[in-house]
Design a binder for this molecule. Structure first.
Ligand code: PXP
Length: 239
């Protein structure tokens, strides 16, 4: 079974719009696990624009919720992650003015830092992943850094598909990355900007073992409910 990780950051976005308590990402985390999600992804951003420290604490503490915490290289965020012991971490780049995570992390530039971070989490038996752009060089560096998994940034292919542009070149690039990653023993994940159509296209790549999807699920849930949306995605990625 290909796994679906549901990113619930934007549940917190809706809550924060009113500076209130509702909807509570903790309740949604438990609910999405109950209705078929394989894990819950949350991103504790340095500016706390959506998920906050208390959300991280509550969600990580619940044994029923398999938590995938996205973290930047920031020391403070790192310490919070180590303290809360999520099931999985994914290291992502972070820029202050970006609307969302716009690209993969620069592995070459941050090799030493990333190597140390990975080793700290591995000692705690926490699965590690690196969010990278689909290129072969980064796959090879990721292997050297001894990460368990890589997550391929699918933002570019998602935009090409959305705007009815030719996505073959990007698809082939992702395919080559998937093949190499699996060959050298890295677990392959994919995420960013995915909707039903792009998830269907990418699920042809049998090396991808996990999809992490957020914004589209939360948006679609307004009309169809989060349970139906998760069920439809699970069907699509396991076709
Ligand atoms: N995977 C990673 C590593 C991300 O940073 C994000 C966005 O926070 C996602 C998946 C989900 O992207 P989207 O919300 O566009 O589905």
């Amino acid at each position: 079974m290909i796994r679906l990780g549901v990113n619930i950051d934007h549940v917190a976005t809706v809550r924060n719009a009113r500076g209130s308590f509702h909807p509570d990402p903790f309740n949604i985390a438990k609910y999405v696990m109950r209705v078929g999600a394989d894990s819950v992804t949350i991103h504790l951003r340095e500016d706390r624009r959506h998920i906050n420290d208390s959300d991280v604490q509550k969600i990580c503490k619940n044994k029923y919720v398999k938590t995938n915490l996205e973290i930047s290289l920031n020391k403070n965020i790192l310490n919070i992650a180590l303290k809360n012991k999520p099931n999985f971490i994914c290291i992502v780049p972070e820029k202050r003015k970006e609307i969302t995570t716009e690209g993969g992390i620069n592995l070459k530039k941050n090799m030493n830092k990333i190597r140390k971070i990975i080793s700290k989490f591995k000692k705690k038996k926490i699965r590690t992943s690196l969010f990278i752009d689909p290129n072969l060089k980064d796959i090879k560096i990721a292997k050297k850094l001894e990460t368990d998994c890589i997550e391929l940034h699918t933002g570019k292919i998602s935009n090409l598909v959305k705007f009815n542009k030719n996505y073959k070149h990007e698809y082939n690039k992702i395919k080559k990355c998937c093949i190499l990653a699996q060959k050298i023993g890295l677990e392959v994940h994919a995420g960013h900007g995915l909707d039903y159509k792009t998830a269907a296209i990418l699920s042809k790549l049998k090396q991808i073992e996990e999809f992490n999807i957020g914004h589209f699920i939360i948006g679609e849930a307004i009309l169809h409910g989060i349970k139906n949306t998760i069920k439809r995605f699970k069907k699509i990625i396991n076709k």
